[in-house]
Design a protein around this ligand. Sequence first.
Ligand SMILES: O=C(O)CCC(=O)C(=O)O
Ligand code: NI
Length: 238
Amino acid sequence: MLTDTQKRFYDENGFLVLRGVLSDAELAELREAADRLHDECHRVSKGERVAVIQDIICRDEGFLKAARHSVFLAAIADLIGPDLELQSGTLNWKPPASMKSEVGWHQKFPGVPHSHRDWLVGMFPLDDATPETGCMRVIAGSHRRGPVEHWQEGRFKGFCQNPDDYTREGDLIDVVVRAGDVTLHHCCLIHAAYPNRSTSPHRSLVFTVRPTDCIQLGGRVYQSSGLLLQGRDNTPAR
Ligand SMILES: O=C(O)CCC(=O)C(=O)O
Ligand code: NI
């Protein structure tokens, strides 16, 4: 389903934007499901920080449908193979006018190491994502460096510790997307996100997807970790 140009873009840059994946009806259903978690999100965020609600596929059928969306999975299959399972599925909710909802520079892989690096994160913004509302920023091509330093004095910090890893201006891209688009980013892509300075909450669904031959070596395991999304789940480990 992806063109060779799209596949090459992902290989070179470590991320890809798929435009208009969700229909208006699908988007409306997901927004309603997210709104049902509004009070919880608000409480967790304390009106300041990003609320990350885990295991959303266990919370609402609509979220599971998004994780199994045919276009989403077909695109991922073109990048990392057809046998796919979930590692995590979250609703990331940024309160309005919240400077503390900024997310620092990091890679996914160091917090959740796996037996190989051919896995990725898919995001469904439920609201238009711009620098004003808290869109993602990426260092294009940084996935090719492999995992970079996220530790200080032997402690895992969750964020890049070496500013050289994320301050090379030329490669820094704001990933501006519309609600209904989908972004995919490689597990080693260095990325961050702006705070939400707008007057409305900013909501995204975030699914970490791996091939079934990819074994989790560390980090948290969730109720939805290992849920088969498509294909076979008996592939030998790689
Ligand atoms: O919520 C966002 O905008 C991005 C968050 C992120 O990068 C993450 O949760 O790993
Ligand atoms: Ni991230």
